[in-house]
Design a protein around this ligand. Structure first.
Ligand code: PLP
Length: 386
């Protein structure tokens, strides 16, 4: 008889998908649940993709990706983070997702423990379980500005701990990690011989003139793998191009060899388009960030004065993590009822981990008009709940 693997049963769709799938059957829904840019890929990047197809970028590339793209990624990290990186330290993957999976495959054995943020991006847990490793969680708490607590992390490290995953700018909290926290995580990782996988797919989406610091900058002897992506920075989610940068070329070599067996390479024409995205004027990408910042200001001002909800002002990405625990202790039920009664879709906090219960994630990758209407309906819903 046909039996699905335990693995497949342990990896159910996230709560974001569940709400999205329900919302598909309703009309006039305001979508504040989805984590993807509402902007379309800039025209010059689309044209580069079309031209690449006509110029025969229709074959496999090297497992590690196009040389010119790897060079451009290395240049970018060298110049923005002032790190000593060259093309051998880079790998092009199928989205940041591909790089995450390859990182875990390269480093983690069955039974090893991987430290993950709670709340955190749902695929971290799924991937760790898929490869037979054990997720262990460190907390991100609202009253600590959703920043990792180093003492707590130190306390959950055991002899089996192999990796710590960090994420800045953060999904679902929108928090950007300051350099002192990254420095301390780096020291801790070096002390306990952990590999740091640093998910930086939102690194360009930063507000208030803050800087994105990559932990790569603070790692002197330790092993770091940075996960990057073109999805969010250039509104290229459908092109499926991401990358890894590591200070250890052996790790990149292993990930490259593994990539042969899981994907071969990222799509050639999309890699070429990504190269153009990274090498030409950054004006359009920067304009998108300005728009996100305006929308962040809008959603913050709309929610600021509202009674009995709280949040930490997002500094990056396009999410606000709203504490609704005064109104509901069941974020799934809350999100479902909000959708049915008011036609607003938000992501239930519990899908990001146990500490996300009592929260919903609001994505502001949407027009100001939709944000205004969505928050208005959310407020009506909350007032009716009182
Ligand atoms: N990491 C985080 C924190 C994300 O939110 C996402 C997408 O939502 C990804 C990684 C993966 O993005 P992609 O595979 O499109 O690069």
């Amino acid at each position: 008889s046909f039996v699905l693997s335990k693995r497949s049963k342990e990896t159910p769709p996230s709560g974001i998908r569940k709400i999205f799938n329900k919302a598909m059957f309703l009309e006039d829904v305001i979508h504040l649940e989805i984590g993807e840019p509402d902007f379309d890929t800039p025209q010059y990047i689309k044209e580069a993709g079309c031209k690449a197809i006509l110029n025969k970028y229709t074959h496999y590339t090297h497992n590690a990706g196009l040389l010119e793209l790897r060079e451009a990624i290395a240049d970018y990290y060298r110049s923005t983070q002032n790190v000593d990186i060259s093309l051998e330290n880079t790998l092009v993957s199928i989205g940041g997702t591909g790089a995450l999976l390859l990182s875990l495959l390269a480093i983690v054995d069955i039974g090893d423990e991987v430290l993950l943020p709670n709340p955190g991006y749902p695929p971290y847990t799924s991937m760790v379980k898929m490869i037979g490793a054990i997720p262990k969680y460190y907390s991100l708490k609202e009253n600590e500005s959703f920043l990792p607590n180093i003492e707590e992390i130190e306390n959950i490290i055991t002899n089996n701990t192999k990796v710590i995953i960090i994420n800045t700018p953060n999904n679902p909290t929108g928090i950007v990690y300051p350099s002192n926290i990254l420095r301390r995580i780096s020291e801790l990782a070096e002390d306990y011989d952990l590999v740091v996988i640093s998910d930086e797919v939102y690194e360009r989406l930063i507000f208030d003139n803050l800087n994105h610091y990559s932990i790569l900058k603070f790692s002197e002897e330790g092993n770091v793998i940075v996960i990057g992506s073109f999805s969010k920075s250039y509104a290229m989610t459908g092109w499926r191009v991401g990358f890894a940068v590591s200070n250890n070329v052996k790790i990149i070599k292993s990930m490259t060899e593994l990539q042969e067996h899981v994907a071969i390479c990222a799509p050639a024409m999309a890699q070429k388009a990504a190269f153009v995205a990274l090498s030409e004027s950054q004006e359009e990408a920067e304009n998108m960030v300005k728009q996100y910042e305006k929308r962040r200001n809008l959603v913050v001002s709309l929610l600021n004065e509202f009674p009995n909800v709280s949040f930490v002002k997002p500094q990056g990405a396009f999410y606000l993590f709203l504490n609704i625990s005064h109104y509901s202790k069941d974020s799934y039920k809350f999100a479902e009822e909000l959708l049915l009664k008011k036609k607003v879709a938000v992501a239930p906090g519990a899908t990001f981990g146990s500490l996300g219960e009592g929260y919903v994630r609001i994505s502001f990758a949407n027009s100001e008009e939709n944000i205004e209407e969505g928050v208005k309906r959310l407020k009506e819903f909350l007032m009716e709940l009182k």
